[in-house]
Design a protein around this ligand. Sequence first.
Ligand code: PNS
Length: 170
Amino acid sequence: MHPLATKPPCVIAIYPGSFDPITNGHLDLIERSARLVDKLIISILRNENKQPLFSIQERMDMLRDVVGPYPNVEVDSFDGLLVDYAAARSATVILRGIRAISDYEYELQMALMNRRLRPQIETVFLMSGEAYSFISSRLVKEVFRLGGDISGLVPPPVEQRLKNRFLGEK
Ligand code: PNS
């Protein structure tokens, strides 16, 4: 049998992203994918070029707050090439969500580049839940900053952190 055709005994998936901050769309994907794999590692890109609202530590804390109930989900961060990090963590799957057709081109480019770099690692896409297909971290931050209601779009601990950050509430 071709070596690429063997399934590992334990399927480890990486769910990479900026998560600045985690939204209910991300959480929906986490819940659904945690049922598909043995271990799910949510990993935040440490990227100095992007100017995030929340630090890596804050984003990791928020993620850990909300994934507590899932025993096979871990939170981590990475830099460098995603496929190298995935290989170092013994992952064979990269997990990404697709909300709308507009996500497709960017995701296809990344998936094909990652496959070229390491064909052993497969990118798997899950379609966003229909209730979440319009949510993005960027829009949540913008709406909140301009005084709009974001309840139901992010988990409660994230809403609290946004209030602390923008309104100075404790
Ligand atoms: O949530 P995002 O910002 O859309 O996630 C993008 C992410 C982190 C998946 C992507 O930028 C990435 O994988 N960066 C790591 C560097 C890398 O491997 N680049 C080549 C990708 S083809």
